[in-house]
Design a protein around this ligand. Structure first.
Ligand code: AMP
Ligand code: MG
Length: 333
């Protein structure tokens, strides 16, 4: 079983619980999803794990770019044709797309042409200047127009990549399913993003470790999370290697090039989809600009782990400090 992308190592803290804990692991959206639910009875916990799994499957049917989905039908449309967007997908896209502007273009979902230019889903390739120029022309709001209830691919090769927000959207749908089931405490670990609902008995929240981007078997720091989601973005897990150079999967939409592997950023937000969108965007901005952006938005928290030959430096935004578990051995925020 491949281990999940840079993410979270659960700490064993669930030994003395009232109620019943059920743990389940499934592979969905190409990643392992670990579901831990605490409920009043075993049938209730089992039902809740199933409900959250089914919610993630619905998100996948809506947003997958790997198999047929509502989004994929827009991405496969003939250039110039008008394609109707389902109500559910439309309401998600109406939330997602404004983050392009709010992040100064760091988050750009219509960036599939760039991923193709670098063959990031295949063996990898360094595009020629001309190929990169064409891929940039097929990137952004004008390359795929989404207005009213329709989408129009305006440029050949343009497609909307849900990679930076799909897991977050899925965790949001799972959170609603758990709420519907009346679940007070659950932890969903979706390889790089966790959803923490309530807290285990007598705890202030769920303790999750953020991996060191240079060695993700090592925990760099711990977070105490309750009714929030935390999403980590890094280049160290998904990359292609061309002529000995590593090119990561997170692209700077301004240059069309993969962002350098400077470390990782973890964004903590009440809304899982927002945490997902912003971890990608802040990774593109980098630790300095990203920190300034996060400090202007204290309702979210951002933890930057900046790698260098000297080690890993931890920098936290004002909104993140309350989540960091103090530790002598942790790098100071
Ligand atoms: P994440 O792991 O959440 O940071 O998402 C990374 C994924 O988002 C990549 O694998 C691409 O599918 C997609 N992506 C890469 N760069 C960007 C970007 N600048 N804006 C939006 N999506 C991106
Ligand atoms: Mg993301």
């Amino acid at each position: 079983m491949p281990s999940p992308v840079v993410g979270f190592l659960l700490t064993a803290q669930l030994l003395a619980l009232p109620g019943v804990r059920v743990s389940r692991a499934v592979v969905v959206m190409g990643t392992q999803l670990k579901i831990d639910v605490i409920a009043a009875s075993r049938p209730a916990a089992l039902e809740a794990t199933e409900a959250s799994y089914q919610a993630v499957l619905r998100a996948d049917a809506l947003l997958s770019t790997w198999h047929a989905s509502s989004l994929d039908s827009l991405n496969q449309a003939t250039v110039g044709d008008t394609t109707a967007i389902s109500t559910e997908l439309l309401s998600l896209l109406h939330e997602v797309l404004p983050w392009r502007d709010s992040t100064g273009g760091a988050f750009e979902p219509v960036s599939g042409a760039l991923a193709d230019a670098w063959d990031l889903r295949g063996a990898g390739r360094v595009p020629s200047t001309d190929q990169l120029r064409r891929a940039l022309a097929s990137t952004g709001a004008e390359a795929m127009e989404i207005r009213d209830k329709v989408a129009v691919r305006q440029r050949g090769g343009a497609w909307l990549d849900s990679g930076a927000f799909g897991k977050g959207a899925a965790l949001r749908m799972a959170a609603r399913a758990l709420q519907h089931e009346g679940i007070q405490a659950a932890l969903l670990d979706f390889g790089g993003q966790v959803l923490a609902v309530g807290a285990p008995d007598h705890a202030g929240g769920w303790t999750v470790a953020v991996a060191d981007p240079r060695d993700r078997q090592r925990s760099a720091l711990e977070l105490l999370l309750r009714d929030v989601s935390a999403s980590t973005s890094a280049q160290s897990e998904r990359f292609v290697t061309v002529d000995g150079h590593r090119y990561g999967h997170i692209l700077d939409p301004h240059t069309g090039r993969p962002v350098s592997a400077w470390g990782s950023v973890t964004v903590i937000a009440a809304d899982p989809m927002l945490a997902d969108i912003l971890s990608t965007a802040l990774f593109v901005m980098g630790p300095e600009q990203g920190l300034a952006w996060a400090n202007r938005h204290p309702s979210i928290g951002a933890v930057f782990l900046v790698s260098s030959t000297a080690g890993t430096r931890c920098v936290t935004s004002v909104g993140a400090r309350k989540f960091v578990v103090p530790s002598d051995s942790q790098p100071a925020p």
